[in-house]
Design a protein around this ligand. Structure first.
Ligand code: PLP
Length: 393
């Protein structure tokens, strides 16, 4: 670490953003402008050929038949559960350690999100605990591939099949992820993606997609995203207005061919972080734990999230900020403790691993255009972290 420490003291002024889209957009500038022009000339701004082509491309890379473009991934999760007929009296199992939408979609339909604690190593739903949460009211499992690391898909699919449940994959953070060399979506039953600008594949605004092999489900989703109509102005279901815009699809089609190399770069950045951080004092002393890859899971490193032993996370975060390194905490409060979910009756201590994770996780700068210099600088700054004196942990 001698080399890195010297560099840290030499480059105090370095600023490392947690995420930066400008670098990607600059590299693709001409192609993005051409895509905009193509859409302007075509004059079709919602759905249409551009969206249909993008849906087919995403379905193909997902290893399934259908892609249905929608307004965002929150809507994708909602529309899927609506299409499955999930409503009052039903239960849907999911993780309490995720973005709100993973469970909010269920609750908005009047059904009950049933939380199951996470595995502390992968931060994903603990597959060992899922069966105990299944009741006669359970209709589905929402499996979230948090930070871009796939859940244990063969196991969860087997549980879903044994109990006649639908496996809904929340792959908002995991487009391009594979499990045992197969795209995650190919494990079924239905998978939701987000094209929020910061995701593995980001639009210039909100966007989302559902992919599935189920013809009937895809057909219902195509209706539900357009007020339940088929054809236009003939309404069979009570749906929403949640469609993917042609401009977003055109932009995403420029970016899609780069996705494999961006994921490769994310994995290379993670490997470099891992190598450099292993030699730092906080890691050697057990203050910081590095993220682990589960067997079979090909992590896309949407986030590179370390654990910082309580109570040092915020002090390390401040130390990094003082040296110009931005970080993020995904997520600071578990879902079962959110105010809006009070009526579900959960209390602190119900999901200890999820609660513990909220106080320890710290996501480091991660995006494909992050430079090797920046990675080295982040590691060097972490190496110089001194736990605050007087802290009794
Ligand atoms: C795990 C997870 N699920 C769902 C969503 C919702 O995606 P969107 O912003 O496209 O609605 C997000 C977005 O942050 C997410 O991280």
């Amino acid at each position: 670490m001698k080399e890195m420490s010297r560099m840290a003291s030499l480059t105090q002024a370095m600023q490392v953003p947690v995420f930066d889209l400008k670098r990607q957009n600059e590299a693709l500038h001409d192609d993005l402008v051409a895509a905009f022009e193509r859409v302007i000339r075509a004059g079709q701004f919602i759905l249409g050929d551009e969206v249909a082509a993008f849906e087919a491309e995403v379905a193909a890379l997902s290893g399934v038949k259908h892609g249905v473009g929608v307004g965002n991934c929150s809507d994708a999760l909602h529309l899927v559960q609506l299409a499955l007929g999930i409503g009052p009296g039903d239960e849907v199992i999911t993780t309490p350690f995720t973005f709100f939408a993973s469970a909010g979609a269920t609750a908005r339909l009047g059904a009950r999100p049933v939380f199951v604690d996470i595995d502390p190593v992968t931060f994903n739903l603990n597959a060992d605990m899922v069966e105990a949460a299944i009741t006669p009211r359970t209709k589905a499992i929402v499996a979230v591939h948090l930070y871009g690391q796939p859940v244990d898909l063969p196991r969860l699919r087997a549980i879903a099949d044994r109990y006649g449940l639908t496996l809904i994959q929340d792959a908002a953070q995991a487009l391009g992820a594979r499990y045992e060399s197969r795209p995650v979506a190919s494990y079924g039953h239905v998978t939701c993606y987000s094209f929020f600008p910061t995701k593995n594949l980001g639009a210039f605004g909100d966007g989302g997609m559902v992919v599935t092999d189920d013809d009937e489900l895809a057909d219902r989703l195509r209706m539900l995203r357009a007020h339940g109509s088929k054809p236009k102005y003939y309404h069979h279901l009570l749906g929403y207005n949640s469609r993917l815009d042609a401009l977003h699809a055109a932009i995403l089609r420029v970016k899609l061919p780069h996705l494999p190399s961006w994921i490769e770069r994310r994995r290379a950045i993670a490997a470099r972080y891992r190598l450099l951080l292993a030699g730092t004092r906080p890691v050697r002393e057990g203050l910081v734990t590095l993220p682990a890859e589960a067997p079979g899971a090909e992590h896309t490193y949407h986030q590179f999230t370390i654990r910082v032993r309580q109570p040092y996370r915020d002090a390390l975060r401040q130390h990094l900020a003082r040296h110009g390194v931005q970080t993020a905490v995904y997520y600071p409060l578990a879902l079962h403790l959110q105010k809006v979910f009070e009526p579900l009756g959960y209390k602190p201590g119900d999901f200890p691993e999820a609660e513990w994770a909220t106080s320890e996780v710290l996501s480091l700068p991660m995006f494909p255009e992050l430079t090797d210099n920046e990675i080295e600088y982040v590691a060097a700054v972490i190496d110089t972290f001194e736990p605050p004196v007087g802290s009794n942990a």
